[in-house]
Design a protein around this ligand. Structure first.
Ligand code: FES
Ligand code: FES
Length: 203
């Protein structure tokens, strides 16, 4: 008989109690057991960042986190960003600035943006570049994503309503920053290539 563990966690403000196998990945738990499809699966190795969710307000890779590790924790997926029928300012900014193309990286990118802006509400463009280097995007060239993050910073600083539970809480879990160490090389390099291409086009 397969060993199962009872876990209780808060997901997007709702308490969830389930029995899971010890090897059940958090991303599979969220997608298949709770039907929260915003956490996407890409590399399944903790590199690309498409599976990013917030655990107690900090980004983690849900593809390399077991569901049992989330026992007793608070998880936020992209589905939890909007509240009272209103988009989160970060969602608004990605919409306004067209910070997406296919959208596959977007839920994770927005959750990472929430974390970036909680840690630094007024980042420079270079700080945003560095901040999103943990998240790979195959489509956009990153420029509009950076625009969206800066727009979110502007509107949130101007007093737009934000979801306190997402922005305030700190907690444990394998952080994106750790996983980002593996991707630091590829993110900025792609951005630089996109910028070079853009400059050549303009000249
Ligand atoms: S799917 Fe989790 S980091 Fe790529
Ligand atoms: S918008 Fe397609 S991967 Fe980022």
């Amino acid at each position: 008989m397969v060993d199962r563990h009872r876990i209780e966690l808060v997901v997007n403000g709702e308490t969830e109690t389930q029995e899971v196998e010890p090897r059940r990945l958090l991303v599979d738990f969220l997608r298949e057991d709770l039907g929260l499809l915003g956490a996407h699966i890409g590399c399944e190795h903790g590199v690309c960042g498409t599976c990013t969710v917030l655990m107690n307000g900090e980004t983690i890779r849900s593809c390399i986190t077991f569901a049992v590790q989330a026992d007793g924790q608070e998880i936020t997926t992209v589905e939890g960003l909007a509240s009272n029928g209103k988009f989160h300012p970060v969602q608004e900014a990605f919409w306004e600035k067209q910070g997406l193309q296919c959208g596959y990286c977007t839920p994770a990118m927005m959750l990472r943006t929430v974390e970036i802006l909680r840690e630094n509400p007024s980042p420079t463009r270079d700080q945003v570049r560095e901040g999103i280097a943990s998240q790979l995007c195959r489509c956009t060239g990153y420029q509009y994503i950076i625009d969206a993050v800066l727009e979110a910073a502007r509107t949130m600083s101007a007093g737009a309503e934000t979801d306190g539970k997402v922005l305030v809480k700190q907690g444990a879990g394998p952080s994106s920053a750790e996983a980002a160490a593996q991707t630091q090389g590829s993110g900025p390099a792609l951005e630089e290539e996109a910028e070079d291409a853009s400059r050549q086009k303009e000249s």
